[in-house]
Design a protein around this ligand. Structure first.
Ligand code: TRP
Length: 328
């Protein structure tokens, strides 16, 4: 079975765009490949310095991953900091990548420009080396990522290939794969932009843990257009098409077919809102249940860390041996 690795940072609350665009595919994908899912808390450390927040965010992310349907008996869900080999191999990766290569990373350039005048950690700069370690530790063959992460997978390949040619065949060279197309969910207030945490306000954003009444309100206020015709047309009618896409993602029916059932925007908005509320109801219930049983959550993450750790230990040992470090 193909080994697949996906990682997510424990930052911010998961929203409908994350779920329909990505997480839902993680759940269906767990039966098609040997999947490892890391909650990369140490990556989040590159931009987080408030004491006591990361652990909490990590628990909430873990509960969410299990609540949406990742099965701990099938998928390996683990916390990056629970597997010390990430930082150990991270150093080796740092010594296998050049300053120049890291300087060319567009994510570093963007993120450091945004933090101008603020603290820019060296970790933000070496971040791709830690990410490379995350990937090669698990002999991952495929890494499903969006466009913004392609360059990080490319540099991981370069590092793995360079290491293998220096020290002999050690790492599986991974490849970036385009995740199975999830729904592209747009902001309800600005339907030409993707639903994203970086939006100025969250009136166009629906969180997975939001109350039904609040969700309905956001849908009822969704921006449409000044016409009255319900038609699926992304370019001309982005607001209406987004509502149709969301309804389609919840119901499994094609957006074009759904469009024929509506003559007014009002009922489309409330049906889309209700479909989302109903889809989220069982997820919210499982999430609350998990969060009230912290011992069980800790146990699930322990199981994940054991499984991940076994693979990671073997890879790190192989790398150290091939380098020729003195065995203890
Ligand atoms: N850099 C990724 C992001 O910002 C998160 C990440 C860390 C990751 N390690 C990874 C993604 C390994 C894929 C594989 O989303």
């Amino acid at each position: 079975m193909t080994r697949v690795l996906s990682c997510i940072q424990p930052t911010g609350d998961v929203h409908l765009g994350n779920y329909l665009g990505a997480l839902r595919n993680w759940v269906s994908g767990q039966h098609e490949a040997d999947v490892f899912h890391g909650i990369v808390d140490l990556h989040a450390l590159t931009v987080t310095d408030t004491p006591g927040t990361l652990g909490d965010a990590t628990v909430r992310m873990a509960a969410m991953l299990f609540a949406v349907g990742l099965d701990p008996d099938v998928a390996t869900v683990f916390v990056q900091s629970h597997v010390p080999e990430h930082t150990q191999l991270g150093w080796v990766m740092e010594c296998t990548v050049s300053f120049g290569e890291l300087s060319r990373m567009t994510q570093f350039k963007d993120k450091s420009a945004k933090r101008e005048g603020d603290f820019i950690s060296a970790g933000l700069f070496t971040y791709p080396a830690l990410q490379a370690a995350d990937i090669v530790l698990y002999d991952a063959e495929e890494v499903p990522v969006g466009e913004d992460q392609r360059q990080h997978i490319e540099i991981t390949r370069d590092i793995a290939i360079r290491f293998n040619s220096r020290f002999g065949d050690t790492f599986v060279v991974p490849k970036a794969v385009t995740p199975k197309a999830g729904a592209r969910v747009m902001d309800l207030q600005d339907p030409t932009s993707k639903m994203s945490k970086s939006a100025g306000s969250d009136t166009g954003l629906v969180y997975l843990l939001e109350e039904p009444a609040a969700i309905m309100k956001k849908f009822k206020r969704a921006v449409t257009d000044s016409e009255t015709e319900v038609r699926y047309d992304r370019a001309e009618k982005p607001g209406v098409s987004n509502l149709l896409d969301i309804l389609a993602a919840c119901s499994g029916e094609p957006a074009e077919v759904l469009a024929c059932r509506y003559t007014q925007y009002g009922p489309l908005k409330s049906d889309a809102g209700e479909a989302v509320v109903e889809m989220l109801r069982p997820i919210q219930a499982r999430y609350q249940e998990l969060m009230t049983d912290r011992a069980e959550l800790a146990r699930l993450l322990h199981v994940g860390a054991e499984r991940a750790g076994a693979v990671a230990r073997a890879t790190l040992a192989r790398a150290y041996e091939h380098i020729g470090l003195l065995p203890r």
